[in-house]
Structures are given as C-alpha cells and as structure tokens.
Design a protein around this ligand. Structure first.
Ligand code: PGA
Length: 255
C-alpha cells in the first residue's frame, strides 16, 4: 500500500488525477470505477486539466440510489453525467451506472457485476470512505466477499448525504452498491480522503483489524492500493504498519 499525504483536498485531486492520467495514457480504453460523493470531485476537476484523450475510457459507477426518478439531479447517474462524463468528455455510451429505477433492482444489481466482468474488470477503482467506514454503500456488517446488490442505507449515511437533498427525508433508504468482493476484484484501488472528520475512520481502516464492522478495512487485503489523503485526514495514521507513507509537499511532485 502506498499513502500520499498532501496539504489540501485540492492536492489530493491533483495527485490522484496524475495517477489516473498515467493509466489512461498507457491504456486508452482503461476501465475506471467512478465514485461520487465530495471526496472524488477534486480528482475529476484536476483530471480535466490533463491533455490525455479520454474518448475510449470506460467507466462503471460504484453505486446508485434506488427509487429516485430517472433524471433526478442527485441520482448518481446524473452526478456522474455532470461531474465525470461531461467534464472529461467521456463517451456516454461507455459509462454505466447501476439502474436504480429498474423494476427489478436485484436483477439490475446482478447484471451489473456481469457487465463489469464482460468489460474485462476494472483497472482503477476510485473510492471514498464513509464516516462509518463504508466503501461505496457497503455499510458496517457487509460481508467482505459481497457482490453488487440492493442495500439499505444507515441513518448515518442518510444524514451525511442529506446535504444534497432539500430535506433529510428525501434521501432514499435503499441503493444498489458494488459489493466488497466486487470492489476487491479491481486491479488497483485508489482511495481519496479529506478532512479531520475522516481521520479516525481512516486510521481504523488502515491500521485496525480487518472486520466487517469497518468495511474499508478490507483494503488491507488488496495487493495494489493507493491512498491519497490530506494532512487532516492522515493525522491519526500510525507510522509504519508495513505501509509506505509518502509525504508530498505539493501535488506537482507526483502529478
Ligand atoms: P464523501 O463520501 O466523499 O462525500 O465524504 C464518501 C463516502 O461516503 O463514501
């Protein structure tokens, strides 16, 4: 595991975008796993500044709410369209989001894993981490080998996401999420973490026991993980632990 610690949230975006741009240069039709939420936004903004042809890049979103009407601005299909597909000029036909408005969401979830496999698997999976340690919408208690499926959001997650909706009760109760087992099949995991409010859970995930109570702890078992954290989020990480910690004064050093 490599850990880049950078001064600001914006710098996490620059460093992560540099990693992604290098991947896309070497494999123009790379398959990216796309995360939503606040943490990855600086990545997409920084990636847009790279002069790399992304027209062949393929993408699979990590998750989607169940039950929002098609076209709802806070559906992840819309967020991905705005923040990723349009910003980076990806081909919309090559970007897939779980179908949260499907008549049979369980079936849509199973089909999603099959679609990822048919694409040859994910080259780089972008990830954020929830305050409760969730990865995608794999809430505490999720099986470490779980597949893409319909899940119920915890109240903690619904509260965290209420900032995107006009009322907390508007946050959907269910979602389709890639499973932890699905995420673990990606060839490279790229976790971006910002802010002091994530410091405790990031340390628990990387330095604590691997347990379903902290789903992100599964990262310790993946052979190729890159963590990009700002100073505040990294402040409780234990030195050592077999990890290579790299402190970067400015994003330019590795972008
Ligand atoms: P955030 O969400 O980046 O908006 O904090 C991360 C997550 O819940 O996985």
């Amino acid at each position: 595991m490599e850990i880049f610690v950078v001064p600001t949230a914006s710098a996490t975006g620059s460093v992560a975008a540099g990693i992604l741009a290098a991947v896309i240069r070497s494999k123009p039709d790379a398959v990216l796993g796309l995360a939503t939420g606040g943490s990855p936004l600086p990545i997409y903004r920084a990636l847009a500044d790279h002069t790399v042809d992304m027209s062949a890049v393929r993408g699979f979103a990590l998750d989607e709410y169940v039950g929002l009407p098609a076209g709802h601005p806070e559906s992840y299909a819309e967020v991905v369209r705005r923040e990723v597909t349009e910003r980076l000029h990806l081909d919309p036909a090559k970007v897939t989001v779980p179908d949260g408005s499907a008549a049979d969401p369980e079936r849509a979830a199973a089909d999603y894993d099959a679609a990822i496999a048919a694409a040859g698997g994910i080259d780089v999976q972008i990830l954020g981490i929830g305050h409760n340690g969730h990865l995608a919408f794999n809430e505490p208690g999720s099986a470490l080998d779980s597949r893409t499926r319909v899940e119920v959001l915890t109240e903690r997650t619904r509260e965290a996401n209420a900032r995107y909706f006009s009322a907390p009760s508007d946050v959907p109760a269910r979602c389709i999420t890639q499973g932890l087992g699905t995420i673990m099949e990606a060839r490279h995991l790229l976790l971006v973490v910002n802010g002091a409010d994530k410091a405790g859970i990031l340390a628990a995930a990387l330095n604590g026991p691997v347990t379903a109570e902290c789903p992100a702890s599964i990262l310790q078992r993946h052979p190729h993980v890159t963590v990009v954290a700002d100073e505040a989020a990294a402040s409780q990480l234990a030195p050592g632990s077999g990890q290579v910690a790299v402190r970067v004064a400015g994003a330019a050093a590795v972008a």
